[in-house]
Design a protein around this ligand. Structure first.
Ligand code: PMP
Length: 424
């Protein structure tokens, strides 16, 4: 295999003809494969489905003297708050255990900032002339959709191997219109970056012009390694407290990729003052979340140590899939020198960078050949990747045999799109 950049016009043309006929042959196979979203596979869901056996008798529903089947405990069942305190290394009083999705807690927080304001807001955000928001890129499309839906102006901040470019962030927060920032501090979606301790401390110590600046700390992948041992993380709440910014941060997590996405247990953690402020507002919309589900989770997952053991079993299913992606790319794409990609040790994605100007076309071709991937540009605010380069590969859902086929298609489509660009 030869690097495309060393090929003559004639050689590129011949290669294009060869790749095009491979593409046509793949199209004829009528494939229907999906690498679009970070969903656990059926094998993973089957593995945890005994969670439904932990609550059977009436007495099983009583926890610390509280009947989980009844109204009450808006901030969450005490046992669930203790569970998350253990998982995130925070105090139980700093937690608020919600429903089945952390995304809803995130949306709700921003929505309440918009309608009512946060603890230190001079006025609700809807009364602000303009709101700007920092978005490390590439990032999670659903985060960007939330801030887009409230009409905030999203400002891209490039990611480095240590997290967002902090020189830029420190400069940006001097603008009082900049009200917040998205973060996925561990195994960031999609790059798989773990923020360094130095980055975390700089975020915690930010000197923001906005008195109600909001750090959204989405620790969605806090225990989600698929290669190697659990990587400990700094307690952002404590770091913010130490820096005099105790009320600036809200941390989020859920069991979506520990137990069942859409039927898991979510949490939000922040200063006691913030939790008390938010609880009053949330109490208007709901009497209490699903504590039966919370109790089921606590009985099933027990504590952090036990959860980490379960994550090892998830890793045994996930690891080979990520290995397949990396091996295939190393074998089929690396020698062509037309792309680069990350080598994450956890999370749910492989972040792939095609030659600028080819991502959209690559995915269009994949679609024609029956392989659905996350849309090009999705990892950038407003769905616009200025380089048209980043592609998020989500290999968790298909079994390895299907994944191999999907990757074959992806590699052919990438080569074809790259050749089209080179020959243009
Ligand atoms: N945050 C990130 C970074 C994610 O990747 C995902 C799931 N893809 C979520 C949040 C969604 O979490 P939940 O199911 O708890 O809403």
């Amino acid at each position: 295999m030869t690097a495309y950049k060393t090929m003559s016009k004639e050689e590129l043309k011949r290669e294009y003809e060869a790749v095009s006929s491979e593409f046509s042959a793949l199209c004829e196979k009528d494939l229907k494969l999906n690498m679009a979203r970070g969903k656990p596979s059926k094998a993973q869901l089957d593995m945890v489905s005994d969670i439904f056996n932990v609550l059977t008798k009436p007495e099983d529903f009583i926890s610390d003297g509280v009947d989980a089947r009844n109204y009450g405990n808006l901030e969450g069942l005490s046992a669930a708050r203790r569970y998350w305190a253990d998982m995130l290394n925070v105090r139980a009083e700093q937690t608020f255990v919600g429903g089945s999705a952390s995304l809803q807690l995130m949306y709700d927080l921003i929505s309440k900032a918009y309608t009512h304001g946060l603890l230190h807001s001079p006025r609700p955000w809807c009364r602000e002339e303009k709101i700007k928001w920092l978005c490390p890129v590439p990032g999670y499309d659903r985060h960007f959709k939330v801030t887009e839906s409230f009409g905030f102006e999203m400002i891209s901040v490039p990611m480095t191997d240590e997290g967002p470019d902090m020189d830029l962030v420190e400069e940006m927060v001097k603008d009082p219109a900049v009200k917040g920032m998205w973060n996925v501090p561990k195994y960031s979606n999609p790059d798989g970056v773990i923020y360094s301790d130095a980055t975390i401390r700089r975020i915690a110590a930010l000197k923001c012009a906005a008195p109600d600046f909001l750090v959204m700390w989405d620790n969605a992948y806090c225990v989600h390694e698929f290669f190697g041992e659990f990587v400990p993380f700094l307690n952002i709440l404590e770091e913010c407290e130490k820096a005099g910014n105790a009320d600036m941060v809200f941390e989020f997590a859920s069991t979506s990729k520990i137990t069942l996405p859409g039927a898991g247990m979510s949490v939000m953690a922040s200063s006691e003052a913030n939790i008390s402020y938010l609880s009053k507002l949330i109490g208007v919309q709901i009497i209490s979340y699903d504590k039966v589900n919370q109790l089921r989770h606590v009985k099933y997952l027990k504590d952090k140590e036990h959860t980490l053991e379960l994550m090892k079993r998830h890793a045994a299913i996930m690891g080979p899939k990520f290995q397949t992606v990396l091996d295939t790319l190393d074998e089929k794409i690396a020698p062509l020198e037309i792309a680069r990609w990350k080598r994450p040790k956890g999370g749910y994605f492989v972040s792939f960078y095609a030659m600028p100007g080819t991502a959209r076309r690559t995915l269009e071709l994949c679609k024609q050949a029956g392989v659905t991937m996350t849309g090009a540009g999705a990892t950038y605010p407003y769905g616009k990747d200025p380089e048209d380069s980043n592609i998020r590969i989500a290999p968790s859902l298909p079994p390895v045999s299907e994944l191999e086929q999907a990757l074959e298609v992806f590699c052919v489509c990438l080569r074809m799109a790259t050749l089209e660009k080179l020959m243009a």
